[in-house]
Ligand binder design. Structure first.
Ligand code: FAD
Length: 482
């Protein structure tokens, strides 16, 4: 059994863990040397939910199977740092894919502008905001139910087409949260963005590559899934001991835990769960049950030619109305038009015949388990996009993500279901508040699930890494003598 002794151990080599290591090492006057920091990663690769694949495309495209957009671009620190340090050429490496989206249903293109549907969608979103804003204690109901409530109240002011299309369009939020609208919390469904979304054309992995350069002398141990965290270690003078499934033990003064929320939520007895000794404080355990984990996924179809409208950035193909049991586990091939499709047109992004489709749970789980079913599901839906008499062709290549099947990720990111509280876990895990029940043990948490601004996103994870590195740097400073 091998043993390592260090000052700071970091579990997880995703963006939050790497950024924390980088700040710990490179902050001016940092007391830490490369030997003082060890990162342990369960998988055989680094980057976590940032994964740019250059091997699967037959068209020479690098696909981001995880994060692809810079969200909140007015405040996004990842983007700001990349530009300031000159390792990202915004002009050439990005694309604002936010031309007005074209919306279809099984009958073809919908005249969204002519029917004034977007104005009704705006009203619907405002209605939801006002409904919860006026009375904070208002009971949370699902997005699906609050949309129905809006229609009941305002039907007299709307045309039948506006009701039909605007309500189905609201399911676009399924592709933000990665869950179906019968589960999405109505109360927290409408997001407040700080700027547009910018598609990263180059591949997000450049961030990981850059961080790796900056921490090149730090030890990063892959294929070391941590299974046990002892915060009361008596074997050595170091108070913390983490142990991997291979028997490696790492003793440290500080520990930063960046595993996804889905891993923290597993019981200790689960093969991929963590055993805490002593167990996690009850406040953290309780908070872990107040939020869910969504499953956004991607299906990519590559073709010989473009047979859709190549001048458009994105398409949404609406599901049929009156779907039931949307969130139940799918066990047999689902009927097309059950879940809406949100499609990025890579013919406009990369000038190549490729469509990238975002998927939501439980469809993601099903298609990631049964990738051979992806074309059967989407074929009739995509046929509605056929443009100017062109005939849809069969794909020459199908690529699907596998996040739900990856035991160290188990989905996509934090998602708020009806009745959840998106702030409780952040309060418990985040260094921004005093609530973190493990600070006195020098155990801290970072990751997309531990931060309010940028929750679920790369920039949130990145900022949480900075936050925790600064906490450790502050804490390790010698105290002035009284
Ligand atoms: C399909 C998809 C699309 C997305 N799109 C976007 C987007 O467009 N824009 C955006 O900003 N964000 C997006 N995100 C979210 C973004 O990718 C994440 O928020 C961010 O990468 C999370 O970083 P992290 O450091 O918190 O976690 P991770 O990157 O998951 O790092 C945690 C690491 O912990 C490791 N680990 C787990 N268990 C153990 C263990 N027991 N022992 C040791 N290591 C362990 C994991 O293997 C992982 O490498 C997307 C995510 C997905 C899945």
């Amino acid at each position: 059994m091998s043993k390592i002794t260090t000052k700071v151990a970091i579990i997880g080599a995703g963006v939050s863990g790497l950024k924390a290591a980088e700040v710990l090492l490179n902050e001016p006057h940092s007391p830490f040397q490369p030997d003082d920091i060890v990162i342990v990663e369960a998988q055989d690769r680094i980057g976590g939910r940032i994964k740019t694949d250059t091997t699967k495309s037959k068209l020479g495209i690098s696909y981001d199977l995880g994060a692809a957009w810079f969200h909140d671009t007015l405040t996004n620190q990842v983007l700001k740092d990349a530009v300031a340090n000159n390792y990202f050429d915004v002009k050439n490496d990005t694309y604002y894919d936010d031309k007005d989206i074209q919306i279809y249903d099984r009958n073809g293109l919908i005249d969204v502008s002519g029917l004034k549907i977007n104005r009704v969608v705006e009203d619907l979103e405002k209605y939801i905001e006002l409904h919860y804003h006026e009375e904070l204690d208002t009971e949370d109901i699902s997005l699906q139910d609050i949309v129905k409530q809006f229609v009941q109240q305002y039907e007299f002011m709307l045309t039948p087409e506006q009701i039909d299309y605007s309500t189905r369009i609201m399911r676009y939020l399924e592709l933000w949260y990665g869950i179906s609208w019968d589960k999405i919390s109505g109360k927290y469904s409408i997001m407040d963005h700080q700027g547009r979304n910018l598609l990263n054309k180059r591949g997000y992995y450049f961030i990981i590559e850059n961080l790796l350069k900056l921490v090149k002398d730090i030890r990063i141990l892959t294929k070391q899934p941590i299974v046990k965290i002892d915060r009361n270690n008596k074997e050595t003078s170091k108070p913390i001991c983490i142990e991997s499934s291979t028997g490696l033990k790492i003793y440290s003064d500080y520990l930063l835990v960046t595993v996804p929320q889905s891993i923290l939520q597993l019981p200790a007895a689960h093969p991929y769960g963590l055993t805490w000794n002593p167990p996690l404080p009850k406040s953290i355990q309780d908070a872990l049950s107040t939020i869910h984990f969504g499953a956004l996924g991607k299906v990519i179809f590559e073709f010989d030619d473009v047979w859709w409208d190549e001048s458009q950035d994105r398409f949404e193909i609406l599901a049929d109305d009156n779907q039931v049991n949307l969130s139940a586990t799918i066990t047999s091939p689902p009927k097309p038009f059950t879940y809406p499709a949100y499609i990025i047109n890579f013919a406009s992004v990369h000038n190549k015949p490729s469509l990238v489709i975002l998927t939501q749970s439980p469809l993601t789980d099903y298609l990631e388990k049964n990738p051979e079913q992806a074309w059967n599901y989407y074929k009739p839906m995509l046929a509605t996009l056929a443009h100017k008499g062109k005939i849809p062709t069969e794909p020459i290549n199908v690529i699907t993500t596998d996040w739900t099947q990856n035991p160290y990720i188990r989905g996509a990111y934090a998602a708020v279901e009806t009745g959840d509280d998106p702030s409780e876990l952040i309060i418990q895990l985040s260094g921004e508040f005093d609530g973190c029940g493990l600070s006195s043990s020098h155990i801290r948490f970072a990751g997309e699930h531990t931060i309010m601004d940028g929750a679920g996103c790369v920039h949130g994870a990145y900022n949480s890494g900075i936050r925790e590195a600064k906490w450790i740097l502050q804490d390790v400073k010698p105290r002035p003598r009284l």
